[in-house]
Design a protein around this ligand. Sequence first.
Ligand code: NAP
Length: 483
Amino acid sequence: MVSRVIPVDTFDLTIFGGTGDLARRKILPGLYRRYRAGQMPEGSRIVGAARSDMDTDTYRAEVREALREFIQPAKLDRDDVEGFLGCLHYVAIDATGEKGWQELRELMRPDRVRAFYFSVAPALFGAIAERLHHHRIADADSRIVVEKPFGRDLASAQELNRTLAEHFDETQIYRIDHYLGKETVQNLMALRFGNVLFEPLWNSQYVDHIQITVSETVGVGGRGGYYDKSGAMRDMVQNHLMQLLCLIAMEPPSQFEPDAVRDEKLKVIRALDPVRPDDIVRGQYEAGGNVPSYQDDVEDPDTRTESFIAMKIHVSNWRWAGTPFYIRTGKRLRARQSEIAVVFKDAPHSIFGAEAGRHRNILTIRLQPNEGMTLVTTIKEPGLGGMRLIDVPLDMTFADALGAENEVTDAYERLVMDVIRGNQTLFMRGDEVEAAWGWTDPIIQSWSVRDDRPFRYEPGSSGPEESSMLLHRETRRWREIRE
Ligand code: NAP
């Protein structure tokens, strides 16, 4: 099976922050892979823009280094690399000054899709939007791409939305949450709405509860200063985990179209109950082995910011009344693992008696590692001697099922191509972001009012013990975070 490459129109993509970490690690390698796949039409151009003074040749040399660092050697074909670098240009520009804007304007050509990736600090979004407009570089068909963090609370998100709306229509704004670009996440929609099998069971009558886990093994590392001002709630829950929850919980949209999908996600966020303090566990990793504690990492012995959070969430609507969603995410945990588990209820009546034990169907959607799905089903344990039941996984890993040539595309490359195509389905709409902050804000505020202190947890563990209690007290348990 060979993946089908859908052509896009010829484009001029400007990356503000074209020398930064995100551009080097994700955006440019992703574009290179699209070039290699034959999806970058001839004549398309990528313009790197940042303050540093350098010419296009120097920029190309820098990007060559970035490709060497972030692309597997087997995929660094010399002709492809040179061909791709030939599409690159560089403009030294100051987002907050006048330098470079005229030059950028002169580079723009008519009859090309024009896209501008704001891969810079959010404080610069307004200045860039203003100058793109003022210098008539952006037109009514141009697209802008903005990165998280999209605000740090409702007020700042509203302010950002207002700033962008001064110069761009909502249909031109692409707010990236790279989780939505992950192949498995999109597969969640295919699984639910492309099959007849699961949807009749996808409700509180059959689903006992749902678990979403996004665990990391790394600490905050060099990002301590930034991270300590946000914490797991702002950095992961308000955006990534919330998006995953929406895709699991939403009603079927009438069509797979941007506003139809985003309307349904928004309804889920609006149906979220406020979370009770007892249903939240926050944690901070301790020192262990040769790794420092969270406090040491952020150089603040009194910090109250969480590097781990677990919560029980209720979606108050007809479909989900009575089925809790448990979510958890954290740093310095046992393994790097992202998964969604739909835990179905027990069979209503066991004809096999107590000896058969208690068994449950669990559908697990793995985002990483080994993107794929597993459905745990109950079968008879082979052998003589009564009727004993065991659980066995029906396992599907994309790489095995679809063949190596269908390698899973990186989220960024998929999303950047969607921008060029003008497809906003996998991007967050302004009202979604605001609704998510509207739900998150009171929770965060309550921590400072109650002087809430995170629990400690050992590095390499599954988080604080109190997180297990969140489920134990309801005779449930977290799925294991496995190495
Ligand atoms: P970074 O490594 O600090 O890069 C910032 C880029 O912006 C550099 O190219 C810098 O180049 C340029 N820049 C700074 N001030 C400028 C100005 N006044 N005018 C024009 N260019 C300017 O940051 P990053 O990690 O790439 O992150 C970029 C954005 O993506 C941030 O909003 C970040 O929160 C978000 N993000 C990053 C990641 C990631 O993995 N890195 C993940 C998710 C979201 P000069 O200094 O030469 O101007």
